[in-house]
Design a protein around this ligand. Sequence first.
Ligand code: SF4
Length: 458
Amino acid sequence: MVIQNVLKINENLKPVIQMESLKYRLFTQYEFWRDIPEFANVSEKDFLNYKWQTKNSIYDQKTLIKTISNIASKEFIEAACQGFSRVPMAVRITPYLLSLIDWNNPWNDPIRKQFIPVSTQLIEDHPMLSFDSLHERQDAVTSSLVHRYPQKALFLALDTCPAYCRFCTRSYAVGQNTNIMKKGNFSVDSKRWEEAFNYIESHPELEDIVISGGDTYNLSAEQIKTIGFRLLQIPQIRRIRFASKGLAVMPMKVLTDENWLDAITSVLELGKKLYKEVALHTHFNHANEITGITQRAMQKFFERGLVVRDQTVLLRGINDTSEQMQFLIQRLSYINIQPYYVFQHDLVKGVEDLRTSVQTAIDIEKSLRGIIAGFKTPTVAIDAPAGGGKRSIHSYEYYNRKTGVSVYTAPSVRPGKYFLYFDPLHSLAENIRNAWKDPKQQQIMCDEALNEARKAKF
Ligand code: SF4
């Protein structure tokens, strides 16, 4: 009996994994920025200084062209200039990000695709796309506070970021005006903030505040403390989270902006004293965004005890394969970032080329289960257009894969309502793409999906 058991165990032994398959643990450590002629003479000390990064960030097309003129082709530069003239987000990219792009093949690079649009890859928006597709403005209770979920509110504290992402859901308000978009205004303003604090104080059901914008990386140390302390001192508040993509676009700030790091830490410490949670929610979309610098920045946060969670957006040609997403999730977990959400791309102007179908998100979700501990497995979700809020990608009432229409409900947010999401046209057959051009056909496809969803519910 004993002998049989030993044999069984031996049969179960797994072969030793080749280090090759653990590549997610290897981080870029060399001075990669020196590969860019413009930064060839920049010392490590300067490159890691957040003030140098901010001062040398690229804020306009002219500087972008100057910086990449020796490393990108004429065709690429022309396509990028034309691209920027057709999208809602302005130019803003850090030297760190620019140096991580593979300039031997910028057309296909996952970081370039997120920050520099090229006209030859842009495609027409879906006809059902609408301004502010998540209807945040309709749930705004003050100019900077969105109150959609019963216990939670979104505080839009500012309207700038260290880098501007093409796919930004708040492209209608974040950053400067562009050729095609005149922006709303969430700029830093103590009067606007005060209105938001007063609203929160007068609503005892609110326990959870997301501080976003814009990117809270761009708040000064004093502003971080003003907001953090004020919210934590409101009796009913139990949790606050600062939203920032900063770790992905300028991780050196955590290493060199001690005032800012101390400010976040002092908010965290006050939270501990009051038995309230303080966290940072960040946003990585591709493993190439994570370097040795990111790892060191995360070690700082970890030493201070700050919980960092990640919210990834599913992006076509960037992270829409199982391999890419698994690699990203493993790398995030390895440096103690909690993979929290993978979001289906919202319907946003000028980024149809980056959207995927709901089916792709479902496939990705399946492939993630089992590769890592359950508590490190992100929820794959969709923010239901028109204010339905976040729903599990699988929870649709109906999904017509031919027309690309999925229908979601949100019983605890908007009881009795139905929310329609539309797969990108490039994922559909040609006859259906043509049908979407006809308003009558559009109505028929939406009605069909709604009727089927209603039938499925009863
Ligand atoms: S960091 Fe966030 S708010 Fe800023 S542009 Fe990117 S997605 Fe938008």
